[in-house]
Design a protein around this ligand. Structure first.
Ligand SMILES: NC(=O)c1ccc[n+]([C@@H]2O[C@H](COP(=O)([O-])OP(=O)(O)OC[C@H]3O[C@@H](n4cnc5c(N)ncnc54)[C@H](OP(=O)(O)O)[C@@H]3O)[C@@H](O)[C@H]2O)c1
Length: 372
C-alpha cells in the first residue's frame, strides 16, 4: 500500500528529476524525496549531470539523521553497481532507510531488478510501480538509448490546415504563428542538436539558432545539416552563426568541402553511404550523435529528409503545429511516398497531447511503427 504522502512525494520527485534534462545523458533523469518515520518531508535531491552524485545520495545527505527509519521515494530503481559513482543501494542501507518506493525498475541490464533484490535482502520494504507511466515518459530518451544506442529524434513540422509545409515556390515563412515560433525556440534550446536537410538550407537559408533573451549570449544547440554533395548554394547563415555546426556527408565528400573547414565551429562528419537511397546512412548519424553525448535531436526539415527518417523508422516523436492556413495541393506536402497502402498500415502516435498554441494547434506524440 502506498500512502498519500508517498504519492505526493513521487510527484515532487518526478518534477525534481526534470532539472537534470539535457545534462544527465547517457544517464537517466532521477529525482528522490525522503520522508521521515512520521511521513514528513525530510530531504530531496536530483541527478544534476552525468558523473555527478545520484539523486538518492543527495536526498540522503539533505535529510541527515531524519533518513533513518524513513522512506525513500525515487523515480527509478536505485543502482547497485560501481559506475562513475558508488552503488546507491549501499548508501540507502547505510542510512537506515526502512522503506523504498520506486516508480520504475531500471531497464539498464546492469541493474534491472538487482537493486531491488539488494534492498530487500537487507530487510528494506520495497514497493514498485507508483506513477510508473510518468516515470517511463520522463526517461524515454534514456530507455531508447539503452535499446538502440541512438539519440532520440523528434520531428517538428509546421503544417497548413491541408497538410502542406510550404507554398508552391518553396516559401514557408511563416506558416505558424509567433507564439508557436517562440515555442520552437524553446524546443531548440532543450534539444541537444537541431537537424535539417540541405534542401531547407538552400531554400530558406535558416539560422536554426535559439534567439531567446536568456540564451542570446549562452550556448546554442549543435546544428546538423545532411547532404549527399555538400552543395549549399549561396546559403551561409547556418555556418556563420556562433556555435557548433556539423555537415554530415557520405564518405569521400568531405575532402571537397575545403571552403567550410576554415569556418569556426564547423565540422565535417562522413558516414557510409545508404545502400538503398542516395546519401548517408541516417542510423549511423544518430549513433554518432549519441556517442557525442547528444541525447535528443530536433529535426526541422523539408519533406525529403522527413520522409527518409520516417521510412527508416528513426523518428521517435513528432511535434506538429497546424496553422489556420490553406495552401492547396500545389503546396509542398509534409511527406513523400511512405509506402502506406491502407489505413491498417498507417503510422500512429501514442502518448498524444494536443493543445492550442496561439492561433495554431500543436499535436505531440511518440511514433508507433507497425510491427510486421
Ligand atoms: N513547414 C515546415 O515545418 C518546414 C520545415 C523545414 C523546411 N520546410 C520547407 O521544405 C522545403 C525544402 O524541402 P526539401 O525536401 O528539399 O528539404 P530537406 O528535406 O530539408 O532537404 C533535402 C536534402 O537533404 C539532404 N538529405 C536528405 N537525406 C539525406 C541523407 N540520408 N544523406 C545525405 N543527405 C540527405 C539532401 O541534400 P543534397 O541534395 O545536398 O544531397 C536532400 O536533397 C523548403 O521549401 C522549406 O521551406 C518546411
Amino acid at each position: 500500500m502506498v500512502s498519500k504522502a508517498e504519492t505526493r512525494a513521487m510527484k515532487k520527485a518526478l518534477k525534481l528529476a526534470l532539472h537534470g534534462r539535457g545534462s544527465t545523458f547517457p544517464n537517466p533523469m532521477v529525482g528522490a524525496v525522503i520522508l521521515d518515520r512520521d511521513g514528513n518531508h525530510a530531504g530531496d535531491g536530483f541527478h544534476r549531470k552525468c558523473g555527478a552524485p545520484h539523486a538518492e545520495v543527495i536526498a540522503i545527505a539533505s535529510a541527515g539523521d531524519a533518513a533513518s527509519g524513513g522512506t525513500m521515494v525515487v523515480t527509478l530503481e536505485p543502482c547497485c553497481h560501481h559506475g562513475r559513482t558508488g552503488p546507491c543501494t549501499d548508501e540507502i542501507i547505510r542510512a537506515g532507510i526502512s522503506r523504498v518506493v520506486i516508480a520504475m525498475t531500471d531497464p539498464n541490464p546492469r541493474v534491472c531488478g538487482d537493486g531491488i533484490k539488494q534492498l530487500e535482502a537487507a530487510g528494506i520494504e520495497v514497493e514498485t510501480g507508483l506513477l510508473s507511466e510518468e516515470a517511463r515518459e520522463l526517461n524515454r530518451v534514456y530507455q531508447h538509448y539503452l535499446e538502440t544506442s541512438r539519440s532520440w529524434v523528434t520531428l517538428k513540422i509546421a503544417l497548413s490546415l491541408d497538410g502542406r509545409t510550404a507554398a508552391a515556390d518553396g516559401s514557408s515563412r511563416w506558416i505558424s504563428c509567433e507564439r508557436s515560433r517562440r515555442r520552437v525556440q524553446r524546443m531548440r534550446a532543450s534539444a541537444g542538436a537541431v537537424l535539417t536537410g540541405a534542401g531547407t538550407v538552400r531554400e530558406d537559408d535558416p539560422e536554426l539558432t535559439v534567439r531567446l533573451p536568456d540564451t542570446m549570449s549562452g550556448s546554442q544547440p549543435v546544428r546538423i545539416v545532411v547532404s549527399s554533395t555538400g552543395d549549399f548554394g549561396e546559403s551561409w547563415k547556418i555556418f556563420r552563426n556562433p556555435g557548433r555546426v556539423i555537415i554530415a556527408v557520405p564518405e569521400g565528400i568531405a575532402a571537397h568541402l575545403t571552403e567550410y573547414t576554415d569556418l569556426p565551429g564547423v565540422e565535417l562528419w562522413e558516414f557510409p553511404a545508404d545502400s538503398v537511397n542516395q546519401g548517408i546512412d541516417l542510423t549511423s548519424l544518430f549513433e554518432r550523435t549519441a556517442l557525442e553525448g547528444i541525447s535528443s535531436v530536433l529535426c526541422e526539415a523539408g519533406s525529403d529528409l522527413s520522409t527518409r527518417l520516417l521510412k527508416a523508422e528513426l523518428v521517435d516523436s513528432v511535434s506538429i503545429f497546424t496553422a489556420p492556413v490553406i495552401l492547396g495541393s500545389e503546396g509542398r506536402p509534409a511527406f513523400k511516398l511512405l509506402g502506406i497502402d491502407s489505413i491498417e498500415n498507417a503510422i500512429r502516435l501514442d502518448n498524444v497531447s494536443s493543445r492550442r498554441s496561439g492561433s495554431d494547434f500543436l499535436t505531440e506524440g511518440n511514433v508507433v511503427y507497425r510491427a510486421d
